[in-house]
Design a protein around this ligand. Structure first.
Ligand SMILES: [Zn+2]
Length: 96
């Protein structure tokens, strides 16, 4: 690190190595994966929830109508059958 700075923040999306932890001085703030995640959860909770929601949708099949939405599996008690609804275009599908 340059001698021209008296304070600093190091941020990583992973964790700091042991040599990095041993090398750091008191005027350097280390932000690792856990701290970064907590900061995002504190200051951007809505965006974090939205990201987590869409990441879990990756496992779902894409809509054959709009090709952008994901198909949510639902059950009709009246017809006693499963069906799918696109979360984007709201189209219904019996077989996918
Ligand atoms: Zn669709």
């Amino acid at each position: 690190m340059s001698d021209s700075y008296s304070h600093g923040i190091f941020v990583t999306t992973h964790y700091f190595t042991t040599p990095a932890l041993e090398e750091v001085s008191d005027n350097i703030i280390l932000v690792d994966r856990r701290i970064l995640h907590n900061l995002i959860a504190t200051y951007f909770p809505k965006e974090l929830a939205e990201t987590m929601y869409y990441q879990t949708l990756d496992e779902l099949k894409s809509c054959p109508n709009c090709n952008s939405g994901k198909l949510i599996k639902l059950y009709s008690k009246n017809k006693k059958m499963y069906y799918y609804v696109c979360e984007t275009c709201k189209g219904f599908h019996n077989n996918v």
